[in-house]
Design a protein around this ligand. Structure first.
Ligand code: ADE
Ligand code: ZN
Length: 336
C-alpha cells in the first residue's frame, strides 16, 4: 500500500473554500508593495510570517485586510490568482471555487472591473495552461452594513457572466446571516448560487439562519453544527456540503489541537464534508497539506480520504457530466 502522503498527492481533488486574498504570500506582498509604492509595517517576509499568530478570527482579519492593501492593479490581481493556480497544479487539484472580497478593494478606490478583470484573466489562463476549471464567488463583508452589500451586488451586475455565486465572510459573531437576508434574496433572484460562512465561530443558530433565511447551497465551515443533533440531521438529509478548513481552524483556535478536530465525527454523522485551505498563506498549508495533516492527526482511512475528495466534486457547482468524469478519475486512480 502506498504511503498516505503520496496517495493524497496523486488524488484528484477540488478546492471549494479559498479566499484569493488569503493566498497572498509574504514574498508577493513585498513585491507588490514595492511595485505600487505602498508602505507595509514589516522589513522582511520572515518578519511578516512571525506576525501570523492568531488567537481568534478577528486578530487574523485585522492583519489580512492590511495585507490586501498591496493589491492595486489588474496585473496584481492576475499575479495573485495565477500564483495560487500554479500552487494548485502542484497539488493535483483539478477544480477550484474561489472567493474574493470586492469591498476590501472598492472601499480603497480600486475599481470592481480591475479586481474581476485580473482574477478572471488568470482563471482563464489556469484553464488553458493547467487544465484547472474554476468558478468565482463574491463575498459580502458581514461587518459592513446591508446597504454596502446591496451596492456591491449592483456593481457586480455587469460581471455576472464571471461570477457564479455570492458568499458571506469576515467577523461572524455579532453579524448573523439575518442581517443580509434581503440582499441574498436579491442575489438568488439574479440566479446566483448562495454560500455563507456559518458556525466557524458563530453559534448553531447562525447555521439555521443560513439555511432558513439565506437558503444556502453550501455551508462554509459549519463546524458548530455538531453542537445540535437536529441541525446535523437536517444538513445531512438535505445533502448539503460543508467546506471544512482544518488548518484554518487550528490557526484561529477554533480547535485547540488537530487531533481534536470534529471532521471525522462530522463524516460519521452523515455530513458531506470537504477539506479546504481557507487562507493558506496565513495558515501554513495549501490543499494537500490540509489533507495530509488532517489524515495523520485523525488517522483517517484511505476510504475516508477518498470520500472527502469525491465530496469536493459532488459539492461543486460543476455540471453533472464534469462531476461524473472527476469521480471516475478518482476511481481509476484509487482502484486500478
Ligand atoms: N475571510 C477570510 N478568511 C475568513 C474566515 N476564515 N472566516 C471569515 N472570513 C474570512
Ligand atoms: Zn473562509
Amino acid at each position: 500500500m502506498q504511503n498516505i502522503e503520496k496517495f493524497i498527492k496523486g488524488l484528484p481533488k477540488a478546492e471549494l473554500h479559498l479566499h484569493l486574498e488569503g493566498s497572498l504570500e509574504p514574498e508577493m506582498m513585498f513585491e507588490l508593495a514595492a511595485r505600487n509604492n505602498i508602505k507595509i509595517p514589516f522589513k522582511t517576509p520572515d518578519e511578516v510570517r512571525a506576525a501570523y499568530k492568531f488567537s481568534n478570527l478577528q486578530e487574523f482579519l485585522d492583519i489580512y485586510y492590511q495585507g490586501a492593501s498591496v493589491l492595486v492593479t489588474e496585473q496584481d490581481f492576475y499575479d495573485l490568482t495565477f500564483a495560487y493556480l500554479t500552487r494548485m497544479k502542484a497539488d493535483n487539484c483539478k477544480h477550484i471555487e474561489v472567493f474574493f472580497d470586492p469591498q476590501t478593494h472598492t472601499d480603497r478606490g480600486i475599481g470592481f472591473d480591475v479586481v474581476v478583470g485580473g482574477i478572471s484573466r488568470a482563471l482563464a489562463d489556469g484553464k488553458a495552461k493547467y487544465g484547472i476549471t474554476s468558478r468565482l464567488i463574491m463575498c459580502f463583508l458581514r461587518h459592513l452594513p446591508e446597504d454596502a452589500a446591496f451596492k456591491t451586488l449592483e456593481q457586480a451586475k455587469p460581471y455576472l457572466d464571471k461570477i457564479i455565486g455570492v458568499g458571506l465572510d469576515s467577523g461572524e459573531v455579532g453579524h448573523p446571516p439575518s442581517k443580509f437576508a434581503r440582499v441574498f434574496a436579491a442575489a438568488r433572484e439574479l440566479g446566483l448560487k448562495i454560500v455563507a460562512h456559518a458556525g466557524e465561530e458563530g453559534p448553531p443558530e447562525y447555521i439555521y439562519e443560513a439555511l432558513d433565511l439565506l437558503h444556502v447551497d453550501r455551508i462554509d465551515h459549519g463546524n458548530r453544527c455538531m453542537e445540535d443533533n437536529a441541525l446535523v440531521a437536517r444538513i445531512a438529509s438535505a445533502g448539503l456540503t460543508l467546506t471544512v478548513c482544518p488548518l484554518s481552524n487550528l490557526a484561529l483556535c477554533v480547535v485547540k489541537d488537530l487531533k481534536k478536530h470534529p471532521l471525522r465525527e462530522m463524516m460519521a454523522a452523515g455530513l458531506k464534508v470537504t477539506i479546504n485551505s481557507d487562507d493558506p498563506a496565513y495558515f501554513g498549508g495549501y490543499l494537500n497539506q490540509n489533507y495530509i495533516e488532517t489524515a495523520q492527526a485523525l488517522d483517517l482511512s484511505r476510504d475516508e480520504i477518498i470520500t472527502c475528495a469525491k465530496n469536493s466534486f459532488l459539492g461543486s457547482f460543476l455540471p453533472d457530466d464534469e462531476i461524473a468524469k472527476h469521480l471516475s478519475d478518482i476511481e481509476v486512480y484509487c482502484f486500478s
